[in-house]
Design a binder for this molecule. Structure first.
Ligand code: NAD
Length: 372
């Protein structure tokens, strides 16, 4: 995982200038030649002040178009720490019982839900009912039925629902997508996506089916699945899947340790993917067409993403994924900007439908159609 120092060391001079400019947004910028951002800023509260919430809050310091203004947590001491660290006023602090009251708070525009997977469904629906835009971490929900209910609730409340697909804004990933759209790989034939790490503490929520909704597939395999869709540039029409388990004590019933799955696309392209909670440093994409290829390793970690194509190394700027994601999401919410790869509820629902089918394929041993 890269630190802010690694980031600054790794980016080139122009990217550094861009980043430094963004750092001045909320400060007096009269000494700078570039005009600071003058537009509207999305005011965000984070719900769930755990590992990823903390990483996200730090990254938001570099945002230009979004600002962390509130918190929702069950732990008073954490709220106090965050208030001091990010200058958050008392009136923007809530707990899990009273956060519906955010509907009376005109100083918060959006709530970013960064809690265990099983909580996303009810929390996002409560955010929508409070009239606030919802940003939700992946997986959006435990299954497609829940995902659809979240989409419906946000539509009904006339608020946006976005999901934390940070790779959709990563410059080297976007370059591969640009090349594919320009036909530079020719006809896309094959994708391979391998995503995994060794899950440590057996007591963590990620290994509790009730809170995680499954195992590696929900948490890390979703990157290979979502990557298959944005790298091939097509929706799969069938899936097959197999599960292997070497440690049934740690990975209990319903918590998958390792799943291999295969996707078939209408064009004839196929994808072969691996999701694991028991293999470290598994973070690799490979895309092959009849005129060229792209390979990325690491492909979905926090970066820097590294890769090459048949034309050479990918050299686009290294970014802090979460800072870019939040600025782009602010644009999507405030100005209806359309991202290259969608990050809305419908996009996440597509992943959930395929994950439901992957679990069904594991259970039945049969190929599952995704077209019915
Ligand atoms: P975490 O365990 O570090 O944090 C979870 C937070 O939720 C904690 O602060 C915890 O106190 C709180 N919480 C609230 N109710 C809880 C309950 N009933 N049980 C347990 N915890 C509860 O987990 P995390 O790594 O921050 O993951 C949170 C979400 O973020 C997950 O959906 C995960 O998939 C997602 N995530 C996304 C990325 C990414 O790169 N996009 C990376 C990591 C995690």
């Amino acid at each position: 995982m890269n630190t802010r120092r690694d980031f600054l060391r790794n980016i080139g001079a122009s990217a550094l200038m861009l980043q430094l400019n963004s750092l001045t947004t909320f400060a007096d910028s009269s000494d700078h030649h570039e005009q600071p951002y003058q537009g509207k800023v999305l005011r965000v509260a984070i719900m769930g002040l755990g590992g990823y919430g903390t990483r996200f809050a730090e990254a938001m310091k570099d945002c230009t178009k979004a600002k962390l203004v509130g918190v929702i947590s069950g732990t008073t001491s954490k709220i106090k720490d965050w208030q001091a660290k990010y200058n958050i006023p008392e009136k923007n602090c809530y707990n899990y019982d009273n956060f519906d009251q955010v509907k009376n708070n005109p100083d918060i525009d959006a709530i970013y839900v960064i809690t265990p997977n099983a909580l996303h469904h009810s929390q996002v629906i409560r955010v929508a009912n409070a009239g606030k835009h919802a940003i939700c971490e992946k997986p959006m929900a435990l299954n497609a039925r829940e995902g659809q209910e979240m989409i419906d609730a946000c539509k009904k409340a006339n608020v946006k629902l976005l999901v934390g697909y940070r790779m959709h804004f990563e410059p080297r990933t976007l370059e591969v997508i640009r090349m594919r759209n320009a036909g530079e790989f020719g006809k896309v034939m094959f994708f391979q996506g391998q995503c995994g790490f060794k899950a440590g503490d057996p007591k963590q929520w990620r290994l509790d089916k009730a809170l995680a909704g499954g195992g590696s597939m929900m948490d890390i395999g979703i990157y290979a699945l979502n990557g298959a869709r944005y790298m091939v540039g097509e929706e799969p029409v069938w899936v097959t899947a197999q599960e292997t388990k070497t440690d049934p004590v740690k990975f209990k019933d319903g918590v998958d340790e390792t799943i291999q799955f295969q996707l078939g696309f209408a064009s004839g392209a196929v994808a072969s993917c691996l999701s694991s909670y028991n293999i470290n440093h598994l973070d690799r994409f490979f895309l092959s067409g009849d005129k060229g290829f792209a390979e990325m390793q690491p492909s979905t970690g926090y970066g820097p993403i590294r890769g090459r194509t048949h034309q050479g190394e990918l050299t686009q700027p290294v970014t802090i994924h979460q800072s870019v994601q939040m600025d782009e999401m602010a644009d999507i919410i405030l100005t209806n900007k359309k991202p290259v790869v969608p990050v809305n509820g419908e996009e996440a629902l597509k992943d959930l439908k395929i994950i439901d089918a992957i679990y069904q394929a594991v259970k039945t041993g049969k190929k599952v159609s995704l077209t019915t």
